[in-house]
Design a protein around this ligand. Structure first.
Ligand SMILES: [Fe+2]
Length: 317
């Protein structure tokens, strides 16, 4: 099947312009060329529906996405901020997307009540993947979507998620935390979409890399990392896949986004196109050094989810 169009004819709507939402476009990994005619994937992350991010921003982002006519929309977590006060709004935002929507959860969703957030998403017509995969058929083309639950709070289970994954069908991964991509690549998932970092929100003077890389321990801060090229994989030192870290739409604490890389972002992936088929926002970047969380950090993050649930239950009693 021939590609519909590599370049979108999208012009920013007044909403998208007003709220500084960027549209970025990338080709998929070369592997897909043999497996997929053409699919257009939309990716948004970290919507954080709530008090900090105006509802109009959420709707403008959905409208911007719809204008691209994607075959499917993938959302990679942090749908809320710190409470369940805006779940009805969240459902409304989800209903604003046209076409199928598939999602994974983030740390804020677990902090605020994962079951309740998941149900609000489902009421909005979203399929939520928590350590499982699904096969979707889009314009007669099959695509496996592997969704990890949130790794930051200790809920990711890669082995569960890939159980029964077929080698003869293309696969794409969703994970709130980008560093999980390394493990997914080894199972034949050449592209992983993620979020969590908000692109640093303040990206002038590479402050985002300083804060998220050196202090936060992230290898992947914003944009594209790894490799989308078949040939690279013959070199054992090259990564076996690519990961994209979206800058996100909303915020949970500080509303500002300073610097081009930290702007709100909707990203389109043209699966079946290869790097070089059209002009992209940037090429694959070198990862930062990164630092794995210590056991104490892992336990502290898991305990925070329990503490917040107990506090919520106490307040509801
Ligand atoms: Fe977030």
């Amino acid at each position: 099947m021939a590609a519909r169009r590599a370049h979108g004819s999208w012009r920013p709507s007044s909403g998208a312009r007003r709220y500084g939402i960027r549209l970025r476009r990338f080709a998929g990994p070369a592997t897909y060329r043999d497996q997929i005619g053409h699919l257009r994937i939309a990716h948004l992350t970290d919507q954080h529906v709530g008090r900090i991010t105006p509802f109009e921003v959420q709707i403008a982002a959905a409208e911007m996405t719809n204008a691209e006519n994607p075959d499917v929309v993938f959302l990679t977590g942090d749908f809320v901020c710190h409470s369940q006060l805006y779940l009805d709004q969240l459902t409304e935002v989800m209903r604003a997307f046209k076409g199928p929507v598939i999602a994974v959860l983030g740390n804020h969703d677990h902090w605020s009540g994962a079951d309740e957030v998941r149900r609000a998403l489902e009421r909005g017509g979203v399929e939520v993947l928590q350590n499982r995969h699904t096969v979707i058929t889009l314009r007669d083309q099959k695509l496996q979507v592997v969704g990890l639950d949130d790794a930051y709070t200790g809920h990711a289970n890669r082995n569960e998620a890939i159980k029964g994954l077929r080698k003869d069908l293309p696969a794409i991964g969703l994970s709130h935390i980008a560093e999980e991509a390394d493990g997914l690549w080894r199972h034949g998932i050449p592209l992983v979409l993620s979020g969590h970092t908000h692109g640093g929100q303040v990206t002038v003077a590479r402050l985002h890399e300083l804060a998220l890389g050196m202090i936060g321990g992230h290898k992947y801060v914003h944009g594209l990392y790894g490799s989308r090229d078949h040939a690279d994989r013959r070199d054992q030192h090259q990564p076996e896949g690519a990961v994209y870290v979206g800058a996100g739409i909303g915020a949970a604490v500080l509303p500002f986004r300073i610097g081009e890389r930290g702007k709100r972002e909707v990203t389109m992936f043209e699966l079946g196109c290869e790097p070089g088929d059209f002009v992209e926002h940037h090429a694959e970047q070198e990862p930062l050094k990164g630092r794995k969380p210590t056991q104490a950090t892992i336990e502290r993050r898991a305990a925070a989810v329990v503490r917040k649930r107990l506090r919520r239950e106490k307040n509801q009693a």
